[in-house]
Design a binder for this molecule. Sequence first.
Ligand code: DQA
Length: 147
Amino acid sequence: MAKILVIHGPNLNLLGEREVDIYGKVTIDQINKLLKKIAKEEGCEIEIVQSNHEGQIVEHIGKSKGKVDALLINPAAYTHTSVAIRDAISATRIPTVEVHLSNIYAREEFRRTSLIAPVAKGQVSGFGIESYTLGLKAALSLVKEKK
Ligand code: DQA
């Protein structure tokens, strides 16, 4: 059975109460519930983690090498700063889909650069919770392509 790792980066635990004008009222629990439902329908295994710490995210990726078929990640603020997370993705070669609730290219200048995008298979940005569902479907297609 295909296994997908989902990583939510910093401050995404605050969704629902955090900058609702940008991120909406959706909570991380609602996102996770929906991802689990889709995974069940698609017959794939899913592991979901959230971390506010860069090193912990690097470790989650590193220890998943050879154990997961794809990674779905919203690196949140680390998107724009983390060479370490980028290197973990390229070192493990886990096929990765990057997602963002907001359209990072329509926001402040500093958000318009993703250090993760060049090592990801692709990116979904700007569709709220749908970014995650579209991203999960893209990750599943990558797995099917590989098998
Ligand atoms: C985000 C966009 C990032 O710029 C921001 O730091 C986040 C959330 C998004 O999902 O839209 O925390 O990744």
